[in-house]
Each structure stands twice: as structure tokens, then as C-alpha cells.
Design a protein around this ligand. Structure first.
Ligand code: DSN
Length: 422
């Protein structure tokens, strides 16, 4: 971090400033493939670090419990209008602190403790907050879980319907954290209607693809859309809940005063900027490039003998099953990290191993696409992954160091948004 970029921080707390500087270097030099991460723009970074931080504003625009809201109200109303326009929804709440509180607010709005709720099982690609046992949502509510088919890795919508009709859950969640394929929101909507359930689309991973027209939208199919703002949508760390007008009051009441206190106004400002950016034609091109890159990377990995859950991808995410490579996911992820390629180890459907030491590695293309890498680079990326996994199997540290140097060379030619050029 240069003193010219953050002079006050460098002068006041050089120790902390040095950690941030090191993170800037790490993010600049490595190939970041975690599918839920991205690079925000300089404008989003600036908006997220403003004096809006200094203000308490419990309530909603025009209905606050504190005075002095002239500017805060305008910021939040702008974010809300932009969210409604971008996603084509009646109502948007931009206050949830992140994805888990957003989902918890949905429970508060529509269910009572002990009610049955349904979501995809975490090891199958769902999310903790979709009723999984170790989460509050799985202990305060009765979670029933669907998965994917063993052979195809795809959701079996007939099985989802059978479970929904047998259990009649209050809430059904669709969406997740390790789903490489398109979600059929219309199919979920017809199931939820038959079962008499409220349908929630958790689109945290694919919100940017939806905004850019690279994945079908759940708007018009589902009761509530829940999303974080910092993944493919490329905003600050935060979340939004969007819904039909009939649910607006229940959602707002659940977020505040039900669950949260004052909104993080500096984050709301960053969300507003990200939504503005996502409404530009360049973002549509970005969203389609993310998917094109992921498809090209999946094809290149298949050519190199990797086994991919569901055989490929329709979106930004690829789930590599390393069972056949004899390298556990965690060993591979840590070796890739030493090679300058940042991924996360992940369960694969029907994983015989434990979540803290699973068989898979989850990768995605949002970050590298934000840096301008294209389909022509994907064979090189697949080659690095292949070399690093082979090196992990052999314990070949010099091979990992060689990949790391090559990665840093390419990354130097593709500066990351929001980071200093150096
Ligand atoms: N932790 C997020 C992810 O990485 O997918 C989901 O909440």
C-alpha cells in the first residue's frame, strides 16, 4: 500500500497498513479462482469507505428513528430503485448485512420455529442457511433436504416434487454454492405452488449473471430473491432481499426491526454504485464472458483428464472431483495456493470424505474475467491446474514454484480493478 493511496492509514497504523498492502500484492499476483469472490471497481471501493460510515439510520427512507437522514435516505432510495430496475422486481431491501442474515430474515418473515423448511443439502451444493443441520436454520427449523442425481450430478425435479408434496414445507430454497448448472426457476415455482410453499431463490452466486442476462432470472417465478452483492454482481460485501409487493412489508419488518439494527450505509452506497455498473452494456458483456470462460476452462480441464461434477458448467462455476486423481481436495487446494492459484476445497455430491477434507475443488471465472482474461487463456489456466495437481501428488515443490512464477507473469499483464498498478 502506498502512502499516497492511503496516507492517513499508513501514518496512523503502519502495522495494519502493511497487512492491507500485502493483501493488495497477493490479490494482484495470484490467479483467484474462488467462484464467490471478485474484484470491486475503484468506484465501489471509494463509495464503501465514505463518511456514510458515521451515521445511524435504523428504519427505512422517510421512516427513521434518528434525525439527520437527508443524504442517507437518498443513498438508500437510489440503491433500492436501482435494484428494482436491474432485477425487475416490485420491492428491494438493501439492508441485510450479508447472505446469511438475509436468509434468516426470510425465515423470520414466513416461518415459525419448528416449521419444516426445504433446501438443497450442503454437501450436494446447497448452503448452510437452507436448513442444514449445523446452522441455526437447521436446528430452529426442521430441515428436509434434496440433492442431485448420482449419475448426472443434476437436480432431479421429480424427486424434489415428491419430497415437497410429502413434507409440505413452509419454505423451499433453490440455489446454492456449488451448482454448475442452470437453475430451472419455473420448475421450482410449479413445485412450490403444488406444495403450498413460499419459494426463495438464493441467487448469491449468479446474481451478476442474471443482471447481465447470462442466466435466466427468477423474477416472476419466485416469492423472494435473496442475494449477496459481492460475488458475480461485483459489489461490496452485503446482501439484498427482493420480492413481490405482497411480501414487501413482511420482508422489511423481518430485516428491521426483526433481525438487524442500523444498516451499514457505506455498504449501501457501494451497492448502489455496483448496481449502476451492472446496468451498463459493459456488464452484460462481462457476465457472458464469465460463462464463456467457465465453459472453455471446463472443456480444457476435461481434455486434461479431470472429472467435473455434471460433466461441465452452464455458469461461472466448476466443481472438480479429484477422486480419480488420488489427491484429496484439501491437498490439491493447498498445493494450488502455493502455485499462486487460489481455490477452495469442496465436497462433491455423495462425497465419501468429510467436509473439512473432501474430494473436490471448487473453481470459477468471475475474478479472472474482471481482469480481462478470455477464452484463449483458459487452456493455459487448465494446464497450470493440471501441473499443480500432479505436483501435489508427487510432492514436487519446485514444480509448484515454477507455476507460481508463470501465473505472476500473466497476472502482471492484466491489472485487477481497484488495485494499484504496481
Ligand atoms: N461462502 C459463500 C461461498 O463461497 O459460496 C457462500 O455463502
Amino acid at each position: 500500500m502506498s502512502a499516497s493511496r492511503h496516507p492517513a492509514l499508513c501514518a496512523t497504523d503502519p502495522e495494519l497498513a502493511s497487512f492491507v498492502a500485502a493483501e493488495e500484492v497477493l490479490q494482484a499476483q495470484t490467479l483467484r479462482l474462488i467462484p464467490s469472490e471478485n474484484y470491486v471497481s475503484a468506484a465501489v471501493l471509494e463509495a464503501s469507505g465514505t463518511v456514510l460510515q458515521n451515521k445511524y439510520s435504523e428504519g427505512y427512507p422517510g421512516r427513521r428513528y434518528y434525525e439527520g437522514q437527508q443524504n442517507i435516505d437518498r443513498v438508500e432510495a437510489l440503491a433500492v430503485e436501482r435494484a428494482k430496475g436491474l432485477f425487475g422486481v416490485d420491492h428491494a431491501n438493501v439492508q441485510p448485512y450479508s447472505g446469511s442474515p438475509a436468509n434468516l430474515a426470510v425465515y423470520l418473515a414466513f416461518a415459525k420455529p419448528g416449521d419444516t423448511v426445504m433446501g438443497m443439502a450442503l454437501p450436494m451444493g446447497g448452503h448452510l442457511t437452507h436448513g442444514w443441520g449445523v446452522s441455526a436454520t437447521g436446528s430452529w427449523f426442521r430441515g428436509v433436504q434434496y440433492g442431485v442425481q448420482a449419475g448426472t450430478g443434476l437436480i432431479d425435479y421429480d424427486a424434489v416434487r415428491d419430497l415437497a408434496l410429502a413434507e409440505r414445507p413452509k419454505l423451499i430454497f433453490c440455489g446454492g454454492t456449488a451448482l454448475p448448472r442452470t437453475i430451472d426457476f419455473a420448475a421450482f415455482a410449479s413445485i412450490a405452488e403444488e406444495a403450498g410453499s413460499i419459494l426463495v431463490a438464493d441467487v448469491a452466486h449468479i446474481a451478476g449473471l442474471i443482471a447481465g442476462g447470462a442466466h435466466p432470472s427468477p423474477a416472476g417465478h419466485v416469492d423472494v430473491i435473496s442475494t449477496t452483492t459481492h460475488k458475480t454482481l461485483r459489489g461490496p460485501r452485503g446482501a439484498m432481499l427482493m420480492c413481490r409487493e405482497e411480501h414487501a412489508k413482511a420482508i422489511d419488518k423481518a430485516v428491521f426491526p426483526g433481525l438487524q439494527g442500523g444498516p451499514h450505509n457505506q455498504t449501501t452506497a457501494g451497492i448502489a454504485v455496483a448496481l449502476h455498473e451492472a446496468a451498463q452494456p459493459s456488464f452484460t458483456a462481462y457476465a457472458h464472458a464469465v460463462v464463456a470462460n467457465a465453459k472453455a476452462l471446463a472443456a480444457a480441464l476435461l481434455e486434461r483428464g479431470f472429472d467435473l461434477v455434471s460433466g461441465g458448467t452452464d455458469n461461472h462455476l466448476i466443481l472438480i472431483d479429484l477422486t480419480g486423481k488420488d489427491v484429496p481436495g484439501k491437498v490439491a487446494a493447498k498445493a494450488l495456493d502455493r502455485a499462486g492459484i487460489v481455490v477452495n476445497y469442496n465436497t462433491v455430491p455423495f462425497d465419501p470424505r468429510k467436509p473439512f477434507d473432501p474430494s473436490g475443488v471448487r473453481i470459477g471465472t468471475p475474478s479472472l474475467t474482471s481482469r480481462g482474461l478470455g477464452v484463449a487463456h483458459m487452456p493455459q489456466v487448465a494446464d497450470w491446474i493440471s501441473r499443480a495437481v500432479d505436483a501435489a501428488a508427487k510432492g514436487d515443490e519446485p514444480a509448484l514454484a515454477a507455476v507460481r512464477a508463470e501465473v505472476a507473469d500473466l497476472m502482471a499483464a492484466f491489472p485487477a480493478p481497484g488495485l494499484p498498478l504496481s
